[in-house]
Ligand binder design. Structure first.
Ligand SMILES: [Zn+2]
Length: 238
């Protein structure tokens, strides 16, 4: 996989020519239970983006920690940075516009934070971008979405799925012993939603991560084929 910020200009030129695909991993700094690092959303989306890039090519941008509708205003949890809706909207739109300007033609915003209004805001930015550009394709997916295409349900909040993904990628950032013993965990007290994170495992995380790439890669290749064909036609006209 290729990290955008580590590329020299000639390397970026070659990528834009062969596989003009860019992934922006997008998440939050947000409370994820007492057992997970607060950057979980972004760290998991970043690693999933790197895995997908290794499979299809293109580049991965540095992860963006900038989210709206987090656990702070919603449930009062600390260690969480809440940004304004407008900030998220314009940042997403400007990333897409700038990547387009550089020659990228398929852009994926991979969302590790799933707050409903946050997701809606990013989708609106993507829509605005697509309305203005017919020669490219931009999409925004929650990182659990591709697994959902084959009926595998992910997308909790610091529960079994998210905790497993972090255990797979960064086991040093998870400590299940910090969860209360013999007590149910819930959203109000622990900030945990979904299946019990005490059932999490690196193996389950690996399964989710592999399924993500398996499902996402063919969709990205389809979009790439489409935009490369359009680019070819446009070049012939010149
Ligand atoms: Zn999360």
């Amino acid at each position: 996989m290729t990290k955008y910020e580590e590329c020299k200009p000639a390397e970026l030129d070659a990528i834009i020519e062969e596989c003009p695909f860019a992934i922006i991993p997008w998440g939050a700094h947000e409370w994820h239970g007492p057992h997970n690092a607060c950057g979980l959303d972004t760290i998991k989306a970043y690693h999933m983006a790197l895995d997908l890039c290794a499979q299809v090519g293109g580049v991965v941008l540095p992860p963006v920690y900038c989210s709206y509708q987090t656990m702070k205003p919603w449930r009062g949890f600390r260690h969480t940075l809440e940004f304004r809706r407008e900030t998220v909207f314009w940042l997403a739109l400007q990333y897409l516009e700038q990547l387009y300007d550089e020659g990228f033609r398929v852009m994926l915003i991979l969302m590790g934070h799933y707050g409903g209004k946050h997701v809606e805001t990013i989708q609106e930015a993507v829509q605005r971008f697509n309305d203005c550009h017919s020669q490219s394709r931009a999409v925004a997916w929650q990182d659990y979405l591709p697994a959902g295409w084959v009926e595998v349900k992910g997308g909790d909040h610091a529960g079994k799925n998210e905790t497993s993904l972090l255990m797979h990628y960064r086991p040093d950032l998870v400590d299940l012993a910090r969860l209360p013993e013999g007590e149910e965990v819930n959203v109000d007290i622990h900030g945990v939603g979904g299946e019990d994170p005490r059932q999490a495992s690196a193996e389950h995380g690996k399964m989710l991560a592999e399924l993500f790439v398996e499902q996402a890669a063919p969709k990205i290749r389809e979009m790439l084929d489409e935009v490369l064909r359009m680019r070819e036609v446009a070049r012939r006209k010149v």
